[in-house]
Design a protein around this ligand. Structure first.
Ligand code: NAD
Length: 390
């Protein structure tokens, strides 16, 4: 525990209730805030159910019961009063800048001076969210991964105005939050750049995926054939896109097209599915029909021979080098650890220490194939000097 006792979590949805549950299990006093009683009660019930499941397995910490922990959980729709004695506020409301800013401004006006204001945004600028709060030096990013109880990574992010002290406090707090799958990994993110570390490194793989989807359509091949190109992973390509949500991909790609490069613009296939409202698992139809549960691609359809696994690896290595170039972090080992803790996949760096030149060739070939200039090898990758940035 750090010198933090009272935690306010704003937004009781998917992320907020997970954050609140784990903060309660770390023995903090937690106040859950949302805009309607119905939403708060829903989040509160999920927290309780999550703990009851653990209790049934004898996995709650310190020999405590669900009711012991829940006794420390308050709920309210009144944010201004909720933060009156808060030591840290974690905002997990919908991904809209004006809503987030409003939350930060209310907290800035009502919370004690020492209170840290943290945003769990996946995409927005922490600097913009906190700049009118009256305490920009105390505003930081605290990016949890879904589901919060199980995913080990928390990225703690500097805005352009965060003080070292605020970030260090945020890191200590993040370290104190338990994880059900091993020790938390806290990545300190030194710059407020789109996607931070984990999401940024995987983002440009979507440029390649859009090329692949559109190419498949153009060549008249089926989604089954395309999925057979990438067989072997837990979920095939189109099923995974449906599972994540076509709208989530679409909005993410639009955001990166505005902040990183126009090459991120959603392709023809994703745009069409989005416009038709075929958003994947959540609507029952996306690339696939989900009406009878998770679809299984037809293995007998053969391969499309469009998707090649060597490209995503080279793309992630290149993006990781950009993350180093931009000073978002200083070490490639941190990048590999961050990807493992946030996505359960090995990062691209360790495996390529001796392969850097080859990956430059792969990327040049990919730029030739797709015409997407963003995928060009960056200077740090070309120089091979990233290898020394351990
Ligand atoms: P969600 O839709 O499940 O929950 C958002 C909650 O915020 C809702 O209950 C909503 O009623 C509440 N809310 C809206 N306006 C509010 C206000 N003014 N005051 C208080 N509460 C308000 O969304 P989510 O998936 O939990 O995402 C929340 C945040 O976490 C977003 O910024 C998102 O980008 C980020 N995030 C999401 C994921 C994910 O996988 N879902 C992962 C990491 C980060």
């Amino acid at each position: 525990m750090v010198d933090i006792k009272n935690v306010v979590v704003v937004g009781a949805g998917q992320m907020g209730h997970g954050i609140a549950q784990m903060a309660l299990m770390a023995n903090y006093k937690v106040t859950l805030v949302d805009i309607k009683d119905e939403f708060i009660n829903n989040g509160y019930t999920k927290i309780k159910e999550g703990m009851e499941k653990l209790e049934a397995k004898g996995s709650l910490p310190g020999g405590k019961s669900t009711s012991d922990f829940m006794a420390n959980c308050k709920k309210t729709t009144d944010l201004a009063s909720a933060v009156k004695d808060a030591d840290i506020m974690i905002e997990a409301v919908i991904e809209k800048m004006d809503v987030k800013k409003q939350v930060f401004n209310t907290c800035g006006q009502n919370a004690p001076e020492h209170c840290i204001l943290a945003s769990n945004t996946s995409t927005m600028s922490i600097t913009d969210i906190g700049k009118d709060s009256g305490r920009p030096d105390k505003c930081i990013g605290m990016h949890f991964f879904n589901p919060v109880p199980l995913m080990r990574l928390i990225e703690v992010i500097y805005s352009s105005n965060s003080s070292d002290n605020s970030v260090e406090k945020g890191i200590k707090f993040a370290e104190s939050i338990p994880c059900l799958r091993g020790k938390r990994y806290i990545a300190k993110v030194l710059k407020d750049r789109p996607g931070f570390i984990c999401n940024r490194i995987t983002a440009p793989v979507q440029i390649y995926q859009n090329y692949v989807f559109d190419q498949c359509l153009e060549e008249g091949k089926s989604w089954d054939q395309l999925d057979n190109d990438s067989a072997g992973g837990a979920m095939s390509m189109t099923v995974l896109a449906d599972f994540v949500g076509i709208d989530v991909l679409y909005h993410g790609q639009m955001y990166y097209s505005q902040t990183l490069s126009p090459d991120f613009k959603p392709g023809k296939v994703i745009t069409q599915l989005y416009n038709e409202g075929n958003l994947g698992a959540k609507t029952g139809q996306g690339f696939r029909d989900w009406s009878k549960g998770r679809p299984e691609p037809d293995k007998s359809a053969g391969k499309a021979r469009i998707y090649k696994m060597k490209y995503p690896i080279a793309i992630m290595l290149n993006e990781a080098c950009r993350v180093l170039e931009e000073g978002i972090t200083t070490s490639w080992q941190i990048i590999d650890n961050t990807l493992m803790a946030g996505m359960n996949m090995p990062g691209p760096m360790a495996a390529n220490v001796k392969n850097s030149d080859k990956q430059v060739e792969v990327l040049n070939e990919l730029v030739e194939l797709t015409g997407k200039q963003y995928l060009k090898p960056c200077e740090l990758l070309k120089s091979g000097k990233w290898v020394d940035m351990k």
